[in-house]
Design a binder for this molecule. Structure first.
Ligand code: PLP
Length: 487
């Protein structure tokens, strides 16, 4: 605490951004980086020192040494920043599967497995028993079937099914349509001709796959007989698409998967379900009642299912195809499959995530953990962080809010949560939001009723201390910048 006496003196020792821009080392940076980038790097370096001063970390000697190496620090910071475009951020939006922020965070077991598999060689396509070449699918195929067996209460994994993995669910859908319905008609309800996001529109994908779209029913109501009447010798598939990112209410109906499956069987047409979310656990405990899971389609007899790896499964980006042996084998024979091949990192992460699901360690999967967080627990964390921020320039309240699962899943689901509500003495909400986005690490929040909200449901509790420090830093930065301009 003794150092407090000196902190004003120490703050005054800090050079201004303009002074630093004129030093030779920093000037040289301007040949390679824009003025704004260099200036922001200088501001970061200065705000780190201000934070250290406010934490009482400095003595008269140490602050001098610190300032002597300041220029090096700025250069290093820029070089490091310049090296990586992809950086970790703190997602305080309350959107759990935020596609722009990388969707599902991986479990520790998945991360460990990626590192152990990627840092050297591995048996990606090599059978350790026979010493022969093998297929990369073996690493997760039986595991996927085991997970499905366990989750649907079957004793044994199905021996009538197979599974395979591609880049993402969009690729899974495309390759399935191209393999099974090229030159044929695909029956789909008018209520399912959807756009998933990022320009993935079912009718366009269908056309590109070489299949012909055959719309049945109406937007809000499609009956089994609509499908039945449309079946002809030209029918290649019945396609069912999960209405993942929107919901319809009111005068609405469509057949159950089991009814479609029975019709398919009678007419010798396969049913392909683009399930999308990869949900394999119950959301009911979280008050989300009518979200169709991957398990339902599987149990009700979809011949082939496609799902994402990085939505509610909580794993890496990839697409799973699960279905009847003969259909999966035909897809395996499609030469295009090679263009959707995934790498060893994906297999490692997927294998570990699936094992977390079977071993019941589902709580180690961040997506599941975040969904399950209790609002009161989040509230306590909010209060703890708020207590660390002196109310001078940055005013912090703790307010109730709602988080969403996102990622094109559960469009109606709302999880009650709590957020830090921030208001700044001089910055507008937009300016504060942007300042937070440009801090290190960047903090992504949202604006509600003129305040910046940071929903802690999507922030790992391990980051609470950093977040508190960072917010306190903003408070200090603002205060000292006023002092500097007074000078
Ligand atoms: C999300 C989604 C997709 C696309 O999945 P990606 O893994 O992002 O390619 C396709 N279909 C449905 C129904 C989806 O929900």
């Amino acid at each position: 605490m003794k150092n407090d006496e000196y902190s004003n003196e120490f703050y005054r020792l800090l050079p201004s951004v303009n002074d630093l821009l004129l030093t030779p080392g920093v000037k040289a940076l301007l040949c390679f980086h824009s003025h704004d980038t260099v200036a922001s790097s200088i501001r970061d370096a200065l705000s780190r020192i201000r934070e250290e001063i406010s934490d009482g970390q400095h003595t008269r000697t140490s602050i001098k040494e610190r300032l002597a190496s300041l220029e090096d620090g700025i250069v290093d910071g820029l070089v490091r920043k310049g090296r990586y475009s992809l950086r970790p951020v703190i997602n305080a939006t309350g959107v759990i599967l935020h596609t722009n922020l990388g969707r599902a965070s991986l479990s520790q077991t998945a991360l460990d497995h990626i590192v152990e598999v990627a840092k050297g060689y591995c048996n990606l396509e090599f059978d350790l028993t026979s010493g022969e070449r093998s297929s990369r699918d073996v690493h997760v195929e039986s595991l996927i079937l085991r997970v499905l067996a366990k989750k649907t209460g079957a004793n044994e994994p199905s021996n009538t099914h197979r599974a395979l993995v591609v880049n993402n669910c969009a690729a899974a859908t495309f390759i399935a349509l191209n393999t099974l319905a090229e030159g044929k008609e695909v029956l789909i309800s008018r209520g399912e001709l959807i756009e998933i996001g990022g320009g993935f529109r079912i009718p366009e994908i269908l056309r590109k796959s070489g299949a012909t779209l055959r719309e049945v029913g109406t937007t809000n109501r499609t009956s089994l007989s609509d499908y039945e009447r449309a079946i002809s010798p030209d029918t290649g598939l019945i396609l069912r698409v999960h209405q993942s990112n929107f919901s319809m209410h009111g005068f609405v109906t469509r057949p159950q998967i089991s009814e479609l499956a029975a019709l398919g069987k009678r007419s010798n047409v396969s049913v392909f379900e683009d399930q999308g979310t990869g949900l394999i656990f119950s959301l009911e405990a979280h008050g989300i009642l009518c979200e169709q899971s991957l398990l339902e389609g599987y149990r009700q007899g979809s011949d082939l299912l496609a799902a994402s790896g990085d939505k509610l499964l909580g794993g890496p980006q990839c697409g799973l195809l699960i279905g009847r042996k003969d259909l999966i084998e035909r897809i395996r024979q499609n030469p295009l499959l090679r263009t959707y091949r995934v790498d060893k990192l994906t297999y490692a992460a997927l294998e570990a995530t699936l094992l977390d699901h079977v071993s019941g360690a589902a709580d180690s999967i961040p997506t599941l953990r975040m969904i399950g967080l209790d609002a009161d627990e989040i509230k306590i964390r909010c209060h703890w962080i708020a207590s660390k921020i002196p109310a001078e320039n940055l005013f912090v309240d703790v307010v109730p809010t709602v988080s969403v699962i996102g990622g094109g899943t559960t469009p109606d689901a709302r999880l009650s949560s709590y957020a830090l509500s921030l208001r700044h003495a001089t910055l507008t909400a937009d300016e504060l939001l942007s300042t937070l986005r440009q801090s290190t690490p960047p903090v992504i929040g949202r604006i509600s009723e003129g305040n910046v909200l940071l929903d802690l449901r999507t922030v790992d509790a391990d980051l609470d201390t950093s977040l508190a420090t960072l917010l306190r830093g903003h408070h200090v930065a603002m205060r000292t910048s006023v002092q500097m301009s007074d000078r």
